[in-house]
Ligand binder design. Structure first.
Ligand code: G6P
Length: 370
């Protein structure tokens, strides 16, 4: 059994460590020889169709939904087109405004999630072009979709999704760049710049994995708590939603991910002495704002751990209790790095609580019933 886990104690830890490879594999063959352009061989979505699109809907469940939050922002920023995210079980029943000019992107690791499949059918019935981002090319969703961008993460066994999520981010970045090339919303140099930064991600993930002990020590501190908060702004907010889900799924510690600026509208009431708050502060344009939110929770006794870039650590340490530095990449790509310590945090917290990490209670890897 240890052999199939590649020497790791759990599939989840093995899969966390497989992310650098998953990034490389998902990018393979999708960048042209010059290294400056995204190519998506086999894509049926024509240039003409891409030019005619007026909106994008990103639909999924669970972790795939969270990946879609980052992906939606990436498309909105790169392509400057309105993007709407929804969970499949809501979307399918609310008569969403779908037209033939809507691109519907469904995201699913397994390709078998019943609600996501039903949303896909609803979208097609309304004339939308449906593109699936999935890890299983022979799956029902891959079969029924009009287009597929396969994530090449390899089989994911642990119920808590890790490498599938990050590979989905890579697929979204590629798709966003591709659409931007067609619609001319980014210059060739800008596209090349993002691609170059994407090539560095695998090594950057490796360097973070080598420092897992810091996260482990922090996970052991939070393991005795029953409630904690994650805060962030912009893409950091999307990433903490995944961090919070991961923690709940396997450690059973209740946590809430909050848009940092929204705290004062409610959640601040729950912050009291000793409550752990994990602040993701990587998005430079809103860093100062996040710092002022950190001060709000500090003033109410929270125990704050910040995850940020090295250069911000000295300053942040004036207002937080602990800080963890992550490598620097473009703001848009940062989720592909910043989620890694959150995955490790969930893993080590679950371990410290003696939980069955790979098979959490009440959850299934793939939900093929409604
Ligand atoms: C289940 C799993 C989650 C997963 C979700 C969507 O609830 O436990 O980890 O994110 O389904 O699965 P999919 O295969 O569609 O990505």
């Amino acid at each position: 059994v240890t052999a199939e886990k590649g020497g790791f104690d759990h599939f989840m830890l093995k899969e966390i460590h497989e992310q650098p490879k998953a990034y490389r594999d998902t990018m393979l063959g999708r960048i042209d020889e010059s290294g400056r352009k995204v190519v998506l061989p086999g894509l049926k979505l024509s240039d003409e169709k891409i030019r005619s699109l007026t909106s994008v809907h990103v639909i999924a469940c669970g972790t795939a939904y969270n990946a879609g939050l980052v992906g939606g922002t990436a498309i909105e920023q790169l392509v400057r087109i309105p993007v709407m995210n929804d969970v499949a079980s809501e979307y399918r029943y609310r008569s969403p405004l779908i037209t033939p000019e809507t691109l519907v992107i469904v995201v699913s690791q397994s390709g078998e999630t019943a609600d996501t499949l039903a949303a896909l059918r609803e979208a097609q019935a309304n004339g939308a072009h449906v593109l699936a981002i999935t890890n299983v090319v022979g799956s029902s969703i891959a079969r029924d979709a009009d287009d597929v961008i396969a994530t090449l993460a390899g089989p994911e066994i642990a119920v808590a999704s890790t490498k599938a999520y990050t590979s989905q981010l890579i697929a979204f970045y590629l798709l966003g760049l591709y659409m931007a090339q067609v619609r001319g919303t980014q210059s060739a140099d800008d596209v090349a710049h993002v691609i170059a930064a994407m090539h560095s991600l695998p090594e950057q993930v490796e360097s973070m994995l080598a420092q897992a002990d810091t996260v482990k020590a922090y996970a052991e501190q939070i393991a005795s708590h029953e409630h904690l908060f994650f805060i962030g702004r912009g893409l950091d907010y999307s990433v903490v939603q995944e961090g919070s889900l991961k923690l709940k799924e396997i450690s059973y510690i209740h946590s809430e991910a909050y848009a940092a600026g929204e705290l004062k509208h409610g959640t601040l009431a729950l912050i009291e002495e000793g409550v752990p708050v994990i602040a993701l502060a990587t998005q430079e344009t809103v860093l100062e704002k996040t710092v002022s939110n950190i001060k709000e929770v500090k003033a109410r006794g929270a125990d704050v751990m910040a995850i940020t870039h090295e250069e911000n650590v000295p300053d942040l340490l004036k207002s937080v209790d602990q800080a963890l530095a992550i490598p620097k990449t473009l703001p848009l790509l940062t989720p592909a790095l910043s989620v890694v310590p959150l995955q490790l945090l969930a893993y080590y917290a679950a371990l410290a609580r003696g939980n069955d990490v790979d098979k959490p209670r009440n959850l299934a890897k793939s939900v093929t019933v409604e």
